[in-house]
Design a protein around this ligand. Structure first.
Ligand code: HEM
Length: 222
């Protein structure tokens, strides 16, 4: 199977699968990350203890942060595959201009793929800023290693930055909605309530993530 993977990836359908599978990995991360971040509502001790647990989980069987690095490497791989397949599929679609049954269908498909491109670029730029802000620190006004609660509050107390987080997470929710819906098509998972499931997933992530900057801006947290 592993030997056949590059050959499958060289095909249009293979790239669709690659995009769907890498999308699922990223979707699971985004869900886990949002649920973990809900600890912000429990206070500094809980969020910071959770962040510490992310580094110690797997000890003593594994060295410190080993599992965290496995997740990070999987994320980097998924991100790279997702972007490469998106780029390659866009180019292939432009060349082929796949014929649709009706003009309306074509306009709808074109609108969805343009939306995916734009929201995808916004989310990509957001992730770079987010890492500089809350993981590495140079974009944070007062970054303390090992104290994510403090870093989140410091970051979101800057209103323009909080608004950037809100806007980027709305873009992410739109991206997740279209992505969750179209991955069921790509994978051939045809079941009832597919659209509702995609909407529910996107709304849960969107509401959860947008709530964090809003909670700090309004003083509910901090
Ligand atoms: C308002 C929403 C969000 C908040 C409050 C938030 C908060 C945080 C915090 C505090 C960290 C540092 C964790 C630590 O050092 O232990 C972090 C890391 C990270 N976040 Fe977010 N995040 C948000 C949204 C997102 C979104 C939407 C994505 C992806 C699309 C994302 C991707 C990441 C990644 C990749 C890391 C680095 C994880 C690592 O390898 O250590 N975050 N986030």
């Amino acid at each position: 199977m592993i030997v056949a993977a590059p050959r499958l990836y060289s095909t249009y359908v293979g790239k669709k699968y690659a995009m769907a599978v890498s999308g699922i990995v990223l979707m699971l991360y985004v869900l886990g990350h949002m649920i973990g971040n809900l600890k912000i509502y429990l206070g500094a001790a809980d969020l910071d203890a959770y962040a510490d647990w992310l580094r110690t989980v797997g000890e003593p069987a594994l060295p410190r942060a080993a599992l965290l690095w496995i997740v990070r490497l999987a994320l980097i791989a998924a991100f790279a595959i997702h972007i490469h397949s998106a780029y390659a599929l866009t180019r292939a679609n432009r060349k082929a201009r796949v014929p649709y049954a009706s003009q309306r269908e074509w306009i709808a498909a074109d609108f969805a793929s343009r939306t995916m491109r734009w929201t995808g670029v916004i989310v990509g730029l957001f992730v770079i800023f987010h890492l500089l802000d809350l993981t590495w620190g140079p974009a944070n006004p007062d970054f303390h290693h090992g104290d994510p609660y403090h870093n989140v509050i410091e970051s979101f107390q800057r209103v323009p930055v909080a608004l950037v987080y809100v806007a980027a997470n709305v873009a992410l929710a739109i991206h997740l909605y279209h992505g969750a819906w179209s991955l069921t098509q790509s994978m051939g998972w045809v079941f009832a309530y597919r659209r509702q499931l995609a909407i529910a997933y996107a709304v849960i992530i969107g509401v959860g993530n947008v709530s964090f900057p809003l909670a700090v801006m309004t003083g509910i947290v901090g």
